[in-house]
Design a protein around this ligand. Structure first.
Ligand SMILES: [Fe+2]
Length: 257
């Protein structure tokens, strides 16, 4: 605790002392113990660095759908997705111990942590969207279908490219809304750590082998045609459209073009 200075402990201010020298410090004014305050700040900094921990969102687990078995989904969700969450949180904790003065682009402890954090972080985001894109069937809502038709000519033309994007990818096929152009793109990513910036995902298809190997082995085309495309849910895309004013944003961008 801070000991308030009594008369005997009061600073002696010489007759030539400046106004600044005579002024009490902030600590004296507020009765703060500066030594303890410094420790508290360090603790706050450490806690801030680890305060974000990813959650394993059990409620996102999709039910088995025609074309994807319970065993396939269990393995994907309970092993792979859970593993990414666990490793992301482990990295968050290890980051506070990282030796930042030794940062180096060829090799350093903090570089390895940050590279792998990006891998796990993107993987969590992509999987959580994928689960929500995998529990329905049917065409997209009118607004999304209209935007897709404007950008691709027709919904079927978009679907053909999205499928080809998936069959060309080693990681993900992501249909996303580009905030900079207001247009919809199918984005191919070969790994979790590659991302298109300023793009809001609307439809996501996992093309890693772990997404289909139990049910389909190496038959990736059958996974796409029978396991994913017939089970696409546009509810996630509709939520993204409601969360962000994407339609209004698109209209203003296209008008200005
Ligand atoms: Fe996956």
């Amino acid at each position: 605790m801070h000991k308030m200075q009594g008369q005997t402990g009061k600073k002696r201010i010489g007759s030539r002392g400046s106004a600044l020298e005579q002024a009490p410090s902030l600590g004296e004014i507020q009765g703060l113990d500066l030594a303890n305050l410094k420790i508290s700040k360090t603790q706050l900094e450490e806690e801030a660095m680890i305060q974000f921990q990813a959650q394993f969102k059990q409620d996102l687990k999709p039910r088995p759908v025609p074309g994807l078995s319970e065993r396939q989904i269990n393995d994907h969700f309970d092993v792979k997705y859970k593993g990414y969450v666990a490793k992301f949180n482990e990295i968050q904790k290890n980051l506070k111990e990282a030796d930042k003065p030794k940062a180096n682009p060829n090799y350093s402890g903090i570089r390895e942590l940050l590279v792998e954090r990006l891998y796990c972080h993107n993987s969590i985001k992509l999987h959580e969207a994928y689960w929500q894109c995998l529990s329905g069937a049917g065409d997209p809502p009118d607004l999304i279908k209209q935007m897709i038709s404007e950008d691709f000519g027709s919904y079927n033309a978009w679907k053909e490219e999205f499928k080809a994007c998936g069959l060309s990818a080693r990681g993900w096929s992501v249909c996303g809304f580009d905030l900079d152009s207001g247009r919809i793109f199918n984005v191919l990513t070969d790994t979790h750590s590659i991302a298109a910036w300023n793009v809001v995902p609307l439809m996501i298809m996992d093309m890693y082998e772990h997404a289909y190997y139990i049910d389909y082995g190496a038959s990736v085309k059958t996974y796409v045609e029978e396991g994913f495309l017939p089970n696409m849910s546009w509810n996630y895309a509709a939520r993204m459209l409601n969360r962000h004013p994407l339609a209004q944003h698109r209209t203003s961008l296209l008008k200005a073009a």
